[in-house]
Design a protein around this ligand. Structure first.
Ligand code: UTP
Length: 223
């Protein structure tokens, strides 16, 4: 099994949380060929908002976000026992490094270029390395028809087709640092690749192992 995990910024708030998720990823890597993409979280949003106040345009704000996602990638690498020593900067670098015999070593990377979020990075990486699964681990427990943190009547989907996901995400905002469960670029990549995708809540990191083995209470995106 080859899996790409998009790890939301919520996992990088403190050392204990990073340690817990790293221990679980180390365990999972013994039975699963793992690629992890790290989000930027609140710190990225903080820097983006300061930059915006200073007059930075959206692309420059995106670069701020990318820098923070890469710092989080370094934090995760510090806590993992068997990872490549540096975050990868693009997709091809990962594929060149992770060759046969290296399946147990975890490849970690943050953002790549402006215009999308690390969900899209994870979707492109999953397509590029021919993963079996894209797992999006986030702060909500699946894909909703509205933001459940704002709208209490929001309805959660257990299953969606890629086409339905695209239609839902197109309503979202793609400004630097915006809060969307899956960004529209990621949704389009998922649609074109047909990549099986699961969105779960990461409050219990063990849920990641269960989800890779098909047990979850999030949203599954597949045909
Ligand atoms: P995140 O991937 O962390 O955004 O990227 P997110 O998914 O909304 O947030 P969390 O971490 O799951 O809570 C943070 C910001 O960095 C820029 C974007 O501005 C994004 O909103 N970014 C990130 C890019 O422009 N390109 C990338 O490849 C990655």
């Amino acid at each position: 099994m080859k899996a790409v995990i998009s790890l939301g910024g919520i996992f990088f708030s403190d050392a204990e949380t990073i340690k817990n998720v790293a221990a679980m990823l180390d365990e999972l890597a013994k039975s699963c060929n793992l690629y992890v993409v790290t989000g930027g979280g609140e710190r990225a949003r903080e820097y983006i908002s300061i930059a915006r106040e200073l007059g930075a345009n959206e692309a420059l704000c995106d670069y701020m976000g990318i820098a923070l996602t890469r710092i989080n990638a370094k934090l995760l690498i510090s806590a993992l026992t068997n990872a490549y020593p540096e975050p990868f900067l693009d997709y091809k670098e990962v594929a060149v490094a992770k060759t046969k015999g290296d399946e147990e070593r975890i490849a970690v990377m943050g953002g790549v270029s402006p215009g999308y979020t690390t969900d899209a990075v994870a979707a492109i990486l999953a397509e590029f390395v021919n993963a079996d699964l894209l797992l999006d681990v986030t702060s909500v427990d699946g894909v909703y028809d509205a933001d459940p943190r704002i709208d209490p009547s929001a309805k959660k989907y257990d299953k969606l087709t890629p086409k339905e996901l695209v239609a839902l995400t197109m309503k979202g905002d793609l400004k630097a640092g915006s809060r969307i469960v899956i960004d529209p670029v990621a949704a389009k990549i998922i649609e074109r690749s047909g990549m099986k995708t699961i969105v779960i809540n990461g409050s219990d990191p063990r849920g990641i192992i269960d989800a890779v083995h098909g047990k979850h209470q999030g949203t599954e995106i597949s045909e």
